[in-house]
Ligand binder design. Structure first.
Ligand code: ATP
Ligand code: MG
Length: 809
């Protein structure tokens, strides 16, 4: 059936739908305006996500097949929540009993990974392609740089990768990059880019950015594929649209199609809030919002208005802060609900003090509830946000000590652990024997007598013949200069990997029966488990590290088993024909390789912003980036210090600073009823306790909606001990943190001027931690700072009072 048969539902057929209940007039309009492009630009908490899910339920109520709906959001967690919300809505409205078949709620990256899997041939990829993560990319790019006889000093691998990534997000491939390359260094960069691409192609691998780039290209160049996708998806919805990058915009546009292709305006619905754009470093671009109106000329633009999430003081703080951004079109942030507690701002002594303060605050709610309601607040309604993961540790310690359950949203961290990565590399090799990067990682881990020289010989043998490394190992005895011992090791290694999947063996006698079985056998037969057990046994008492490595390996097996349990290939919404005909009977038992690929894919796509396990009844700890789109009754934002938030990386430009401000704004607007923001006078960074400066954002939020409390003992050491003032909380209803100790400030300003006077731009200095650098700019006053460009590290902004910079000549 052509997708655009004239059966499009109209509004009038069901004006009294229950699905429109509990929505404002504007929200209803956004839910019901089904035809054509729609752009909802609205403030935080104004119901954008609510409208998106209602709209999907509404479409289904109208009889639109679920498989014709494609919803894209930013994180796997958000996608999962969206699906659950739709399901609940449909059940409540008596419209369905479970997840509607074929409905896709997903992220751009997952969508692309699936499309590339399905259209691997057309995309020029092997069906079993691997997805490289940062560590894999680094391994490969280093190899390419060395192969081109360039130095990693002139071409630091990380910055090379970030240039490549930026290019890809702008849809500039290696060839185009080369054409554009002007100067000497860019031409070399183009060579590295090309070598890097070739390396991936040979390994049958793609990186994260490729998922988008290749999909954009596939949809752009292959009319059949494009047509097939357009035929299937008649309804496209995108949440958090402000954070889509160029490549994602292009993919969305191609999926939506043009008026000519569809014979009418495409039904694309996007919601976003420019004030919450926090991924410009990933190539997300606010111009996409402008482009939307250009590309989809007849777009209906719908504002939403009122915030339904937060109390007036919280919104007051958020609004006061975001008004400081100049690159912005003002949007009112308001609620019609009166009342609500002031936002608390506390200056603490150090991170331990900060942690105990926040945990005590939560415990009070856990016992008494909010605002003396007497009904305890559940742990799951509380969260702590921070700029960088490193800040979570002190809070974790305190929560543990207090017996408060918590979960840390750490996304990739688990899968980035050395032992877990190694085990996954074995699995990836089992799935794709051309994956040389994985092979190199595991071939001699644990040791099996394959030394560096033998491996290099095998590599040479492989590259001369254009073979994957694994094939070279298979022919170990043909390789000159490989020792007999190494050749034995290679043969045993090949036999082991083959035995897991049945590749290369007759009938595959001992093939793993399930993914769980495979994962178990991998960690056992590879010797990994024994290796870490031995290390753990050797370890001194009190050190847990290596014992937990064995547990992590076991955890990986559990994760594989859990995945397998949930996995039903018939449910794979990408199976177009089955999804469209509703015929699920043909899917059959999933083959091991299919489950393995799907599992590895899901692991690769776990992003920082994804919840690993969202146990109910636990306090959530997460970065501000991960908090996007979520809401909690009580939230604390910790580490509001210069260098943390705004992050030191952001001092270079006004645009970066505005992005940090939006990030802080995102954090504030997650809180529904109570918000606590803290800064710590001293913070331990890599083992060294450093004095900090409260974040400028604490001043920028104003004083009107804030209760400020300085518990940082500003006079300790001046007035001696036991003076009282330092140990009791001092409530200051007005005045920013800088006004706290003005005498102190005057003194510091003078001291700052003196420090700055000794350091001019261009001076070479030494820093105890960052080493040698050259001063770029310097400013005096109470917070005298210098921007220093450190060798191999880059630009850092340092506070002179604490930086201990020494001029060197
Ligand atoms: P963000 O910009 O943070 O993603 P959003 O615009 O997506 O926010 P939602 O998460 O959809 O906002 O809604 C915020 C909160 O307000 C939710 O708890 C939602 O259930 C509630 N809400 C939205 N609209 C209404 C309404 N009309 N009546 C009552 N509650 C509402
Ligand atoms: Mg939302």
């Amino acid at each position: 059936m052509p997708a655009d048969a004239p059966t499009t539902p109209t509004d009038e057929t069901n004006p009294g739908s229950r699905l429109l209940e509990g929505l404002t007039e504007q929200q209803r309009l956004a839910t019901r305006t089904l035809e054509g492009p729609v752009l909802v630009l609205a403030a935080a908490g104004s119901g954008k996500t609510r409208v998106t899910t209602r709209r999907i339920a509404y479409l289904i109520e109208r009889g639109e097949p679920a498989w014709s709906i494609l919803a894209v959001t930013f994180t796997n967690k958000a996608a999962r929540e969206m699906r659950e919300r739709i399901e609940r809505t449909l059940i409540e409205a008596g419209l369905a009993s479970g997840t509607p078949r074929g409905l896709i709620c997903t992220t751009f990256h997952s969508l692309c990974a699936r499309l590339l899997r399905r259209y691997a041939d057309a995309a020029g990829l092997p069906a079993d392609y691997s997805i490289y993560d940062t560590a894999d990319q680094l391994t490969l790019v280093k190899r390419v740089i060395a192969g081109l006889e360039l130095s990693t000093t002139n071409f630091p691998p990380r910055s090379v990768l970030s240039s490549i990534s930026n290019a890809k997000n702008e849809l500039i491939d290696a060839e185009a990059f080369e054409r554009q390359a002007g100067d000497f260094s860019t031409r070399h960069l183009a060579r590295i880019y090309k070598g890097y691409e070739a390396g991936k192609r040979q390994a049958g691998a793609v990186d994260f950015d490729d998922l988008l780039l290749l999909t954009a290209r596939l949809l752009g160049e292959d009319a059949t594929v494009r047509r097939e996708c357009q035929d299937r998806w008649r309804w496209l919805l995108i949440d958090e649209y402000q954070d889509t990058n160029r490549a994602q915009f292009v993919i969305a546009s191609l999926l939506a199609g043009t008026r000519e292709e569809r014979g009418r305006d495409p039904n694309i619905f996007v919601v976003g809030d420019p004030d919450q754009a926090i991924y410009s470093w990933r190539g997300a671009d606010i111009t996409n919002i402008l482009e939307f109106e250009e590309r989809f000329a007849n777009a209906t633009v719908i504002p939403l208005g009122e915030n339904f999430r937060s109390t007036a003081p919280i919104l007051g703080v958020a609004d006061t802060l975001i008004r400081q951004n100049r690159q912005r079109k003002h949007k009112d942030l308001f609620t019609s609900t009166q009342g609500g507690s002031r936002v608390e701002v506390t200056l603490c002594r150090d991170e331990g003090h900060e942690a105990s303060l926040v945990v005590d605050w939560f415990k009070r709610f856990g016992e008494e509830g909010l605002d003396g309601e007497g009904r305890p607040l559940a742990w799951r309604d509380m969260a702590v946000f921070y700029r960088t993961n490193a800040l979570s540790r002190a809070v974790e310690d305190e929560l543990r000590r207090s017996g408060v359950p918590y979960v840390v949203v750490r996304g990739t961290a688990f899968y980035q652990r050395e032992e877990v990565k190694t085990a996954l590399a074995y699995l990836r090799l089992a799935a794709n024997q051309s994956d040389d990067v994985s092979l190199t990682r595991v071939v001699n881990t644990p040791t099996r007598g394959i030394g560096k020289a033998s491996l290099a010989a095998a590599q040479q043998f492989a590259s001369e013949r254009g073979l994957p490394l694994f094939e070279a190992l298979r022919r170990a005895e043909e390789i000159p200069s490989v020792s007999a011992r190494a050749a034995n090791g290679m043969r045993a290694f090949v036999a082991m990997v083959d035995s897991w999947t049945g590749a290369g063996t007759f009938m595959g006698t001992d093939v793993a029966a399930s993914l769980r079985d495979l994962a178990e056998r991998v960690i056992e037969e590879s010797g990994l488990e024994a290796h870490y057990r031995k290390l753990a046994a050797k370890q001194a008492e009190g050190e847990e590290a290596d014992a937990s490595r064995v547990e992590n390996l076991e955890e990986l097996v559990s994760s594989a088993a859990a995945f397998e349990e949930d996995y039903d290939p018939a449910d794979d919404p990408m199976r177009f024909d089955e999804a469209m005909t509703g015929d699920a009977g043909t899917a059959g038992v999933p083959d091991l390789l299919g489950v393995l690929r799907a599992y590895l894919e899901s692991v690769s796509l776990v992003a920082d912003a994804d919840l690993e396990s969202s146990e109910d009844g636990a306090v959530t700890l997460m970065t501000l980036h991960a908090a996007k789109g979520l809401e909690f009754a009580a939230a604390a934002i910790i580490g509001l210090e210069e260098g943390q938030l705004p992050h030191s990386r952001a001092h270079t430009s006004e645009a970066d600073l505005e992005e940090e401000r939006r990030l802080c704004f995102v954090g504030i607007t997650r809180a529904m009823r109570r918000l606590h923001m803290t800064a710590s006078r001293y913070r331990t960074v890599r083992g060294v306790s450093e004095r900090t400066i409260p974040s400028r954002f604490l001043e920028e939020i104003g004083t009107e909606h804030v209760t400020l409390s300085d518990q940082s003992d500003p006079f300790a050491g001046i007035e001696g001990t036991g003076m009282g003032a330092a140990s009791s909380p001092r409530r200051l209803g007005t005045g920013g943190p800088r006004e706290l100790s003005s005498a102190d400030e005057v003194e510091r300003a003078a001291a700052g001027d003196k420090l700055a006077a000794g350091l001019a731009a261009g001076t070479t200095v030494r820093h105890p931690r960052f080493g040698i650098g050259v001063i770029e700019t310097v400013s005096g006053g109470a917070n005298a700072r210098a921007q220093v460009n450190f060798r191999g590290i880059g630009l850092k902004t340092l506070v002179l009072e604490y930086a201990r910079l020494e001029p060197v000549d």
